[in-house]
Each structure stands twice: as C-alpha cells, then as structure tokens.
Design a protein around this ligand. Sequence first.
Ligand code: ADP
Ligand code: MG
Length: 611
Amino acid sequence: MSDIIRLLPDSVANQIAAGEVIQRPASAVKELLENAIDAGGDSIELIVKDSGKTLIQIIDNGCGMSPTDARMSFERHATSKIKTADDLFRIRTLGFRGEALASIAAIAQVELKTRRHEDELGTHLLIEGSSVKSQQPCACPTGTSLMIKNLFFNVPARRNFLKSDPAELRHIIDEFQRVSLVNPSISFSFINNGKPLFQLPHSGLKQRIANVMGSGNYEKLIPVNQETEVVKVSGFIGKPENARKTKGEQYFFANNRYIRHPYLNHAVEEAFKDLIPEGYFPSYFIYLEVDPAHIDINIHPTKTEVNFQDHQSIYAILRSAVRASIGKFSLSSTLDFETEPMFSFNFPKDRPIVEPGIHINPEFNPFVKNPQPELRLSQGEYRKSSGVNQWEKLYEEIKQEENEQLLSRQSLTIDSDFGADRQADRGFMQFQNRYIVTKVKSGLMLIDQQAAHERVLFERYLERIEQKKGMAQQQLFPQTVSLSASDTELVNELIGEISLLGFIIEPFGKNTFIVNGTPADLPNENIQELLENVLENYKNNQLGLKLDRKSNLARSMARNLAIKPGKALMTDEMQSLVDDLFSCSVPNLSPSGKNVTTLISAEEIENRFLK
Ligand code: ADP
Ligand code: MG
C-alpha cells in the first residue's frame, strides 16, 4: 500500500485556521482595525454593509505596503511585527501571529489597495478563497484600504450560523468601541448601510470616552491616576451616583488592549463598596500599563483573558487608586469611608436583580400524585403540566371558601366582633409583606407575591407580543430616552415587539428614542430606567437561556415590573393577584421556574397538634 499522509494545501489549512480566528464579521473588523492601528496612521474609517455580512471596509492613512508586502501579507504566518521568538516578550503591536489576513482571504473575496508614502503608485490586489485573482499598479492615497466582501461565501455552515443583522452589528460595535477607547489620538468613523453610527474626532481620552458612550457622560467621569513600579493605572471612573444597573460600561485595557479580568473587576467594585446600592454597577474605563514581560497576553486572537505576574499587587494598587479618586473628586472633604455611608440613594433597595437561577424541587408538587419535573431546563420554558386541571379545582376551592364566608357572615349578626380584620375576613393575609396566605379546603396556601406577579405579567405580555390581545395605550407628553449604542441596536431589533407591548416609541437620531405612549397598565415608571433594566435582563437571558425573543422580552418586562417583596398589599390587590394567577396557564411556576405556591396541608397542621 502506498503512503497516505499528505500536507494540506494552504487554502485548506487557512480555512481551518480561519474557523478559529474569524468567527463572525466582528472578528474580522477587530483584526483589520488592529492592523490599521499598527500601521501608525491617525485616521481610520470603518464601512460596513449588512452588519459586515456583505461588506467590511477599513481605510487607514498608515504606512501602506509595497506591492510585494501586499502580496506577502496574505500568506500564512506572514508578519512584519516579530522576527525572533524573543520579540514575543517585547511585543507592543496588536497583531503578530500573521494569521488574520491569510484567514480572511481564505473565506472571503478581498480587495486591497495600498500605497506607501515613498511610492508614487500603489498596488491593487484581488484575492478570492486564498487565490490571487489579479494584482496591478493603481493610483490611490497613501495608506491602506481593505475590502472584505461576502464573508464566509465558501463556508455556508458558518454563514448560516450567523445571527440576525442587529445582533452581528452589536458585536461589531463592541469591537469598535473597545478599539476606539484606547486610541483617542486616532480619529475614527463608522458607517453601517450608509448611516453614520460613530464620528470620533481625535481628542483627549475623557472626550473620547464621552463620544463613544454618549456625550452626556462627560460630566460623570472622574480621573484615576496612580503610577507605581508594578503598574501604571490611568483612566476614568463614573461617579458613584451614576452607577447603573447594567454592566455595559466596564472596560479594562492592558497595554492598550481590551481585556476582561474578573479579579481586577472585583478590586474596582470593592472600591465602590457601600457607595452604590446592591445590584448596581460602577462604570469604569481603566488603562493598565505593565512591563510586557510581566503579562501573559493570551495569544489566541479571539480571547481577552490575560494573566499578570503580579496580580495581587495590581489588585491592591487599583483598589486604592479608585478609592482615592472617588474621595478626591466626587465627594466633599467630609468623606469618611470607614464610618457612615455618604449617600442616601433614591434607588429602591428592595429591587434586587438577582438573576433567576432555575431551581425546581421535583419532589414537591402538592397537586400531582406522582410529581414530574415540568421544566425543560435547557429551554427554560415550560410544558403545561398535566396538573392544570388540578389548579382549576384548587381555584374553585378558594372561591368556594370565600362564598361560604360571605354566606355565613350574612346569616350572622354578631360578625362585627370578628370583622375588624378585613384581610382575614376575606381569606387573604399577607405575611412578611412577601407571601399571601390563603385558606383552601385542603390546607393553608402560601403564595410568593413576586413570583405570582411575574407569572401573571409574563403571560399577559407574551399574549400581547404574540398579538393574541390588543393593548390599550396611554398617551404621554413625549419623552426622550437615550441609550448606549448597543442598547439602541437592541431596541431597533425589538421595536416591533416593544410596540405590541403598548409602547409608542420611535427612533430619534443618535441613540435616542421618543416615547409618546406607554402600556395603559404600566405603573408610573421612569421609562429610561425601565428600558435599560429590561434590556439588561434581556441580554442576560440571551446569554444564559437561549429564549426566543418574544418570551425573553415578556420575561424581562415581567421581571422588572412585578411587585417585589416588601410591598404591602391591600386585600383587593391580593384578591385580584390570586384571581389573575389562577387564570394563568401555568400558575404554579414563575417564568424562571421558581415555585409560586406552596401548601401546608390540613393533615400536616393537625399532626402538629397531636402529642
Ligand atoms: P499580523 O497583524 O499578526 O502581523 P496580519 O495577517 O493581520 O498579521 O497582517 C500581516 C501583515 O500585513 C502585517 O504584519 C503588516 O505588515 C501587514 N499589514 C496588514 N494590514 C496592514 C495595514 N492596514 N497597513 C499596513 N500594513 C498592513
Ligand atoms: Mg493583524
């Protein structure tokens, strides 16, 4: 038998490598932006069509390439950035593996125009699926323009795997923001489908942060600076009173590269401790400079994790630097961190945003003889249980109790002696401002008020979004709401569903919306805050639970608008909540799978009195 091992052709090897490096349009954008920065110019334009699926173009005014380099740059392991292995420990450029262009050329149609300052003519190169189609001299400005068309044209599996345009665009925005936040001296623009999303003139860092995040942020930033031998810390933090319920504005950069670092994040949150309410997150844009020899940048291009040799010292330095800044800039000289908390916040403390973990107790369901877990955990959605009829029966029991009470009261004349407590009268009582206690034939039932209300709202909102029921709307004085760029994209993506919920909302220029109306049954809410919270919830659910859009939105709304523990309820409120609950299709579980009710059986109670 003949030998069977062969070397893979380059085009195949590149395609395999591309699978790792270029997962979505945003990965290509990141690589190209980094190349443009490494090229040393001061102006970068990003043009995208259909969220990068049909076109990504990056134009820079950097050093450009010679005709030979232009061709070489698409070879695998072709880089100008390192020569020897030792260089790896001194690396200051963003790229060095020499893989990005080779990978991109393997899975797209690429058109490059580039010219160096010293050359009179540039070069024009066309490549498709790793093979060079043509190369010719051309007249073009100095610098480089690279167009990537039809990404994944020859990898349909990848292409089909891409998310909706708004979702892919959000990824691109994330990458663009991370890169532009470290290079304030470079001007950036970003155009999607002919519409400018960002115009960032070169500026100081504070102004850049405000331009990227929304100009309202400028006043909210306070500087952080601390230089030590181990690390130089600089950047800005948001004032404590501007803490948000979303984690979106938390950025670390190490040696000008965006990184994620939960441990250092903890250092910052520690510094803010006691100054912001639980469930809120500080904003920060923190730049760390360390000796490149003391940092292990994960060389995988899509990873953002790094290891610092001296992470414990960096933690301590960072925490004290942030604390010092808060003390110096945001608070008066009376600040004393150790004793009393300085602020009284308007934020209601009783609105924790504990992410709903799915927790069920399959052992316990008082209404089904042989209980079965009802959750498809992976989906986070519920099948109707065969016990639904049992619910109807139980509800009838409750109603019957009420009627009997009413009858007996009418026939008795001495009820006034007992009638003082109207709550008990009607069979509803609130316990710890958290549970509703009610009698049923078979015992005492406790209903978790938050879980119950979430279930009711969830089904109501879902019904609206699925257009099974029209929604009354309440006109408002128009209010404007301004959101982060990525939340703006999300609202654009969900605007149909949001309107079905009863909001009258339209885009109004850069990252703002006008709200002309809200659902008639919406309590007096701060719409800006409500939207931000709902979107945050939506994004969290998207990450963890893979819900479809409609259930996710309904669930996020329900989560934010449900009454919380601590809210005292009037008897009629309890009554109507219980009525609403038992007309739900799945009254026994909250949307996130928590038990809504529990029953203490008459038998159990009796047993307690037996001795
Ligand atoms: P790496 O960035 O890891 O070196 P790439 O595949 O991204 O690898 O790029 C290969 C080479 O092409 C770079 O090392 C650089 O010399 C050159 N190059 C890429 N993009 C540009 C650009 N915009 N301007 C000038 N040179 C570039
Ligand atoms: Mg590169």
